[in-house]
Write a protein that binds this ligand. Structure first.
Ligand code: THU
Length: 140
């Protein structure tokens, strides 16, 4: 890793944000945290809606906050917490959120997939979204 991991800070921030998850429909709380290139840790939760498709994932909430509140556009480490302790499942980012992360991260950026008890698996953005389409595809 070419940077100092802030796993502990990310986990703590995501855990705290997860407590605020608005999940009256799924009852599935998710917390996500991002470490920016500038060293900020930004965390958020999922926010559901009575019009079900309008639910917003925790990762999407965190990315929106990162851009709007911190003016940051580079993620160097990401973490997500979901599920119940010991359920043996991976709360891995959904397809849309993989693409959202890819926009602001590098292919090597680690994404820590956690349960409430701690780390379950770390994957890079490239492993989560192989052969991805990204900003480089657009000559802007
Ligand atoms: N969810 C997230 O917030 N992030 C993920 O990576 C997977 C799913 C949320 C969306 C919805 O509020 C709930 O989990 C159940 O799908």
């Amino acid at each position: 890793m070419a940077f100092a991991s802030r796993f502990g800070d990310l986990f703590e921030a995501a855990e705290k944000a997860r407590e605020n998850a608005h999940v009256p429909y799924s009852n599935f709380k998710v917390g996500a945290a991002l470490l920016t290139e500038g060293g900020d840790v930004i965390a958020a939760c999922n926010v559901e809606n009575a019009a079900y498709p309008q639910a917003q994932c925790a990762e999407a909430s965190a990315i929106g906050s990162m851009v709007a509140k911190h003016g940051a556009t580079r993620i160097v480490e990401a973490l997500v917490i979901g599920g119940e302790a010991g359920d043996g499942m991976l709360c891995s980012p959904c397809g849309g959120c993989r693409q959202r992360l890819r926009e602001f991260a590098s292919l090597e950026t680690p994404v820590h997939i956690c349960g409430p008890e701690g780390l379950r698996k770390t994957m890079t953005v490239d492993e989560l979204l192989p052969l991805s389409f990204g900003p480089d595809n657009l000559d802007t």
